[in-house]
Design a protein around this ligand. Structure first.
Ligand code: SF4
Length: 382
């Protein structure tokens, strides 16, 4: 159990489920050196809340990524589980109700293929020997082979491969021995290729696992435009479930220890923009990039777009299509559906009727018409 506590405390609390908007953790492993419980509440993609164990099979690593506390040669206490040992320990935690799911990653020892084999062995023992039926998120190691990716997908509910940076040039500034196209992007493409060619029943619970990635925001001096261009490509081409952004935070005794930390608000803006691209029909050119190709930290990107395009051309709530409604600040996907349903019965004539539907009416007010009338004057009603 001591090893588990050590590895879990060391583990980068890479997000799983909803992003931690104000997180300052770096992408691969967390710099958190304070005590923390090794099982954490997490929300799964389906909304279910569980207690998730996030841990490493080993904190030994032969790579030397510039930002990472686990880089080879950095002096700290390392620990390693063998697959049987970890599977047995987790199974006990699961049976006692202490942990309902697991997110398993590892430092690299003996190459990506060998390390991936150990992660796969662990997952296999959990599923077969311990009959574990719960949530399993497996990290795919850089350099894994295609049949290993397939095996991981057969065992896991979610797989992830962290790109860390948006392209080859930027990755070289963060991780000199990671190869962007071959080691990181190619396995993400394989995941989608496998999903397209192998029927879902071949996977452990009859479903294809989702795939996610993570970027170290600001770690390689990349722009938000670069990060979101890659994210947009991944959304469209490999059906990425979600990109996570982790604002760069310097770690002691690493080559980037003197690089200033990135404002966590940048993460928040990147998440907002990535959701606009993924779910709200926005294109990259709709986003309010500054001259330096970054998103302004002081403006919600949806609101900035609306200020430019909707203030003088407000949208009639009673006539707009869903794709128009979801472009209005304060109206999300569920809110738009609620409006469509409600207006089948009655015209929506004031902000209070929007508020009753769960809309953030104050935010929407400057950009909408309600039965032909501009409604921001009604704000005094609230
Ligand atoms: S591969 Fe790089 S980022 Fe991952 S644990 Fe090793 S040094 Fe850290």
């Amino acid at each position: 159990m001591d090893t588990l506590k050590l590895l879990s405390d060391q583990m980068a609390l890479e997000p799983d489920g909803e992003p931690r908007i104000s997180s300052s953790a770096p992408a691969c492993f967390s710099p958190k050196e304070k005590d923390q419980a090794f099982v954490h509440p997490a929300q799964l993609p389906n909304g279910q809340k569980i207690m998730l164990l996030k841990t490493l099979l080993s904190s030994a690593c032969e790579r030397d990524c510039f930002y990472c506390p686990f880089r080879a040669g950095r002096d700290f206490r390392r620990a390693t589980f063998n697959p049987d040992e970890f599977a047995g320990l987790f199974s006990k935690l699961n049976q006692s109700g202490a942990a309902e799911g697991v997110f398993l990653s590892s430092g690299l020892a003996g190459g990506g293929v060998r390390t991936m084999d150990k992660l796969l062995d662990t997952a296999d023992i959990l599923r077969k020997k311990h009959q574990y039926k719960g949530y399993l998120h497996l990290k795919i190691m850089p350099g894994s082979e295609k049949d290993q990716v397939y095996r991981a997908m057969q065992l896991a509910d979610r797989v992830s491969i962290n790109l860390e940076a948006p392209n080859t040039e930027r990755l070289a500034k963060l991780a000199p021995h990671k190869v962007f196209m071959e080691e990181l992007l190619r396995p993400l493409k394989w995941v989608e290729e496998i999903r397209r060619t192998v029927p879902a029943y071949k996977f452990w619970n009859g479903r294809w696992p989702s795939s996610v990635t993570q970027f170290v925001a600001g770690g390689s001096d990349e722009s938000d435009l670069e990060l979101l261009t890659t994210t947009n490509w991944l959304n469209k081409n490999v059906r990425l479930k979600r990109a996570y952004f982790s604002a760069f935070h310097p770690i002691r005794n690493t080559p980037l220890e003197n690089k200033p930390a990135v404002d966590p608000m940048r993460e928040h803006r990147l998440y907002q923009a990535s959701f606009l691209l993924r779910d709200y029909g926005f294109d990259l050119e709709d986003l309010p990039f500054t001259d330096s190709s970054n998103l302004p930290l002081n403006a919600d990107p949806k609101q900035a777009w609306a200020q430019l395009y909707l203030v003088n051309r407000p949208i009639e709530i009673n006539k707009a299509e869903k794709r128009e409604l979801i472009r209005i600040p304060g109206i999300g996907l569920k809110g738009a559906d609620a409006i469509l349903n409600a207006r089948r019965l009655n015209k929506l004539r004031d902000l209070s009727s929007l508020k009753k539907l769960g809309i953030i009416a104050e935010r929407a007010a400057p950009y909408v018409l309600l039965d032909g009338r501009k409604s921001d004057q009604q704000l005094v009603l609230f």
